[in-house]
Write a protein that binds this ligand. Structure first.
Ligand code: NDP
Ligand code: GDR
Length: 324
């Protein structure tokens, strides 16, 4: 029997790579997506991977419970991956209420639709290392206490605990992946890695002179989206639902990540980088470093693509895109 998956946030970075993985595994992939006035649905990332015609798009929004219930009934998925969110941390201070509604309460909507229409479906929640915030332990695991530092992280914490609660209350096979930062050429341009690789490519091609960043002392545990969507799928293949940290176990400053990008095109970071105080955040998460041992022990997950290789892939992709 062909397995069916429903992916919310299918038009995003992870949605695209996850859809690709599921198609490779023979799944029938249904993706929830919002229409916009410029294009019916923005399938750019799915087109980039050449799979836009292979997924079935269902019109919907995380805020629309009745639509979600209908979709759950119609699709009757075996697996539900809830990736949709207002996912940009900085915007969450600008739009705290919308972020709470989509990134937080949106999880309740999807879980309710599962509980009412397809309680035997396996559910994945896209939780985040941002929930750790003000770090309580040098290396974060599934038991490290949370201390969220943005409206985004507060909303994610609600979604995380609701997932745990629906597992304990109703016996849903609901797992939460606490994923650390992961990037790719499909990353949104507002996130720092993609902003850097796009900026470096522009400078290299003579289209820009400088790159403006905020807090370059912040440290992140960066992996590749392709590796991380594999972990999402693996979580739902386990007999028991559970929560897992997915990370590389290595942390790097924004400055060092940026230096790698400049170095790849033979430029000196100090000739082009400008620090812009306007880009600092009201509250910062200074450092993140995850320990993925549990995922390794339980289902053998390990990251394959190191930061250096990923940054080169991203710079090259941006050079190609800009030359077009
Ligand atoms: P993106 O920002 O690339 O994608 C977000 C997706 O959510 C898009 O498809 C977007 O649709 C959709 N979306 C936003 N609002 C709604 C809504 N109201 N109804 C339906 N869909 C909506 O994020 P990523 O792919 O990077 O991340 C996937 C998930 O994982 C997110 O929940 C994110 O918070 C979480 N996460 C990401 C990490 C990372 O480093 N990438 C780390 C940890 C967690 P549209 O295209 O229409 O805007
Ligand atoms: P983050 O990712 O907030 O960790 O959330 P982002 O790439 O936006 O920021 C990482 C760090 O870089 C610093 N920084 C800048 N960030 C941006 N975006 N732009 C800049 O110009 C800049 N200069 C410095 C930031 O201050 C921060 O410390 C991502 C998202 O994908 C979330 O959805 C996800 O949950 C977490 O990763 C894990």
């Amino acid at each position: 029997m062909t397995k069916k998956a429903l992916v919310t946030g299918i038009t995003g970075q992870d949605g695209a790579y996850l859809a690709q993985l599921l198609l490779e595994k023979g799944y029938e992939v249904h993706g929830l997506a919002r229409r916009s006035s410029t294009s019916d649905v923005n399938l750019t990332r799915l087109e980039w991977l050449g799979i836009d015609r292979d997924v079935r798009i269902v019109d919907g929004d995380l805020l629309d419970l009745s639509g979600l219930i209908r979709t759950m009934k119609e699709v009757a998925p075996d697996e539900v991956y809830n990736l949709a969110a207002q996912s940009f941390v900085k915007s969450s201070w600008q739009q705290p209420i919308l972020t709470g509604q989509v990134t937080g309460l949106g999880v309740a909507n999807v879980l309710e639709a599962v509980r009412l229409e397809k309680p035997d479906a396996r559910f994945y929640q896209a939780s985040s290392s941002e929930m750790y915030g003000l770090i309580q332990e040098p290396m974060q695991t599934e038991t490290t206490p949370f201390y969220p530092r943005s409206p985004y992280a507060v909303a994610k914490l609600y979604g995380h605990w609701l997932t745990v609660n629906y597992r304990e209350s109703f016996g849903l096979h609901a797992s939460s992946g606490i994923l650390f930062n992961h990037e790719s050429p499909l990353r949104g341009i507002e996130f720092v890695t993609r902003k850097v690789t796009d900026g470096v490519a522009r400078i290299k091609l003579g289209l820009a002179k400088e790159l403006r960043l905020g807090n370059i002392d912040a440290k992140r545990d960066w992996g590749h989206s392709k590796d991380y969507v594999r972990a999402m799928w693996l979580m739902l293949q386990q007999d028991e639902a559970d929560d897992y940290v997915i990370a590389t176990g290595r942390t790097t400053t924004v400055r060092e990540m940026c230096r790698l990008a400049f170095e790849h095109v033979g430029l000196n970071i100090d000739d082009h980088l400008v620090i812009d105080p306007a880009l600092f955040r009201p509250a910062e998460v200074d450092v993140l470093l995850g320990n993925p041992q549990k995922a390794k022990d339980k289902f053998g997950w390990e990251p394959k693509i190191p930061l250096e290789e990923m940054i080169v892939e991203m710079v090259e992709a941006d050079l190609k895109r800009l030359k077009k």
